[in-house]
Design a protein around this ligand. Structure first.
Ligand code: NAD
Length: 477
């Protein structure tokens, strides 16, 4: 991003935040360094014949920590991808998986490409070739390294990767588990596409159940009616904004995209904005809101909750002082630089850190991986049995009611709701909600109980590093 030259790189920023936390821990000598460093980064350059000539692409797959395997982390398609970035993102994956107890080490990959410059067929050729290079080195493998979607990639790319793996490993019965975020008709799980945005929603719901946290942010009441600014209406930002506005009563007063921002104090219609972007490639020209050409300036809007959900480094030394939202939830990875983090902490801004805020994606990816390895959809065995048992209770209640002269009856939709056994989507949402609540509680107890911990990010690092350290200690280095 266009941050000042004095700003540390993304990876350095992650290391600074890591170091702040380990300074409060009592780790054995050497272990701290072992956890912090990135184990390996593989760089690949490959050619693909496109439009009558060979084009060369550069990609990376970085493995941060193998204290648990497989390692896990998305694959990003963006022009800005570089080694520093994938290493920072791989490190964040280690801490994120540890915090939400997904049994993986951290990894990340990326390809330097603007996917909008290629048609579907060209993108498939490029993705398959990149996957081929990684698969033959076991950098994509169900038991060693399992990618997922990230910026610029989605379920389509994941389906190509899974298919490529299966073509190269025809007898691997667990082949589908080599990548997550696949479409449901290609081994995916319901609720994965929306999972990261859904996780942001659950994280905010849990924060609003924490009176002490709310007090520290200077907020009160419920999510209902809170004003929200979202940067990036892609997979994560769109789903978070949609659920928060449609289900929790938030007003999305600003949406920032590549080509500018839209504002409306009464609240934007997220579906309408999303479809406008889909048809016109940006927010400019959308009629039912105020258009702001300098989109980044809208990060400084006076609102209750700021959700950066696009890319890293957008809140940095150049603008942190002017960011006034009392609560920032980092839906993107690394949107606040280490320098900006210090400025915001001094101002009393509460930041719900990326490693927690966007962990919904890896959590549901974990469920998908388990589903692929067990070769059965969640809920398939027990759903009808559950319904039959509920039916017994309803029949008995109806019999009793009749016996008492029909003086009372069940509320109209109780029967329907109660009778329905949980299918895959309900189970995924329940597992995700439980994970987000438990992880918040683990961070918040450190944040509220330790005098030397002033912020949620440090608390998150403390919880997660302690678990990684315990895992290294248990297995020996
Ligand atoms: P995406 O490609 O679906 O969406 C990114 C959005 O940001 C797009 O709408 C794009 O137009 C917009 N954008 C790009 N540059 C911008 C700029 N300079 N200003 C404003 N908007 C800009 O990506 P995504 O999957 O939603 O990922 C977004 C962030 O969330 C990334 O940091 C990613 O690492 C993180 N994340 C994603 C997932 C996931 O499951 N997809 C999981 C965890 C974390």
């Amino acid at each position: 991003m266009n941050s000042p030259a004095t700003e540390p790189s993304f990876r350095e920023s992650v290391d600074i935040m890591f170091n702040r936390a380990v300074a409060l821990m009592d780790l054995p000598p050497g272990l701290e360094e072992k956890i912090r460093v990135c184990n390996a980064t593989y760089t690949v350059r490959f050619g693909v014949r496109l439009r009558g000539q060979i084009q060369t692409f550069t990609g990376y797959r970085s493995v941060h920590s193998e204290h648990m395997e497989p390692v896990k982390g998305g694959i990003r398609f963006a022009l800005g991808v570089n080694q520093d970035e994938v290493e920072a993102l791989a490190a964040l994956m280690t801490y994120k998986c540890s915090l939400v107890e997904a049994p993986f080490g951290g990894s990340k990959g990326g390809l330097c490409i603007d996917p909008r410059e290629y048609d579907d067929h060209e993108l498939e050729l490029i993705t398959r070739r990149f996957a081929y290079e990684l698969i033959k080195r076991d950098l994509i493998n169900p038991s060693q390294n399992v990618p997922a979607p990230d910026m610029g990639t989605g379920e389509r790319e994941m389906a190509w990767i899974a298919d490529q793996y299966k073509r190269m490993n025809t007898t691997d019965i667990n082949g589908s588990a080599c990548v997550t975020g696949k479409p449901t008709n290609a081994g995916g799980i319901q609720g994965r596409t929306e999972a990261t945005g859904r996780g942001v929603q659950y994280a905010l719901q849990e924060f609003f159940r924490d009176p002490e946290g709310l007090k520290k942010a200077g907020l009160s009441g419920q999510l209902d009616g809170k004003s929200v600014v979202v940067q990036g209406l892609g997979n994560v930002g769109y789903h978070a904004a949609k659920f928060l506005s449609e289900e929790d009563g938030c007003r999305i007063v600003g949406v920032i995209e590549r080509d500018g921002a839209l504002t409306d104090p009464k609240g934007l219609n997220i579906e309408a904005v999303r479809s406008w972007i889909g048809n016109h490639g940006g927010v400019a020209g959308y009629a039912d809101a105020t258009y702001v050409e300098d989109g980044a300036s809208v990060l400084e809007t006076d609102c209750d909750i700021l959700i950066p959900a696009a890319l890293e480094g957008v809140i940095n030394l150049s603008n942190a002082e002017r960011v006034v939202a009392p609560l920032i939830i980092e839906a993107a990875n690394g949107p606040v630089t280490a320098g900006a983090d210090a400025i915001l902490r001094d101002k009393g801004t509460v930041i719900i850190p990326d490693m927690y805020a966007n962990a919904g994606g890896v959590t549901v990816s974990y469920f998908e991986w388990v589903k692929n390895l067990s070769h059965i959809r969640f809920g398939r065995m027990q759903r009808r049995q559950e319904e039959a048992r509920h039916q017994l209770v309803v029949d008995e209640l109806e019999r009793l009611s009749h016996h008492l002269g029909d003086k009372w009856s069940m509320t109209p939709d109780f029967k329907d709701k109660y009778l329905r056994g949980a299918g895959e989507l309900e189970l995924v949402r329940s597992g995700l909600d439980d994970t987000m609540r438990a992880a918040y509680q683990s961070m918040a107890s450190v944040w509220h109980e330790r005098d030397d911990v002033q912020d949620l990010r440090t608390a998150a690092y403390l919880v997660s590093i302690a678990k990684v350290a315990a895992s290294y200690r248990a297995k020996g280095l």
